[in-house]
Design a protein around this ligand. Structure first.
Ligand code: SF4
Length: 74
């Protein structure tokens, strides 16, 4: 999964940071910084919540299912 953010929309509400602190960091007065642009599956739920609850809809996620190899195949 890959995370992207539209900084034209981000207003620094930091909802994403509270949902997924391992992936998003938001400075006090600023916009979101993506700490981990391609987080592992263990972050999937947290990232989904961050995307869902971001009040401006600035976040999005791309799943590259085409490369969905079986666990441990690489
Ligand atoms: S929740 Fe949305 S608007 Fe708020 S900091 Fe995160 S990306 Fe920006």
């Amino acid at each position: 999964m890959k995370i992207s953010v539209d900084l034209d929309l981000c207003q620094g509400h930091a909802v994403c940071q509270s949902e997924a602190p391992a992936v998003f960091a938001v400075p006090k007065r600023g916009q979101v910084e993506i700490l981990d642009p391609s987080p592992g599956p263990e972050q999937r739920e947290a990232v989904a919540s961050a995307i869902r609850y971001c009040p401006t809809g600035a976040l999005s996620r791309t799943d590259d299912e085409t490369h969905h190899a079986a666990k441990g195949a690489r």
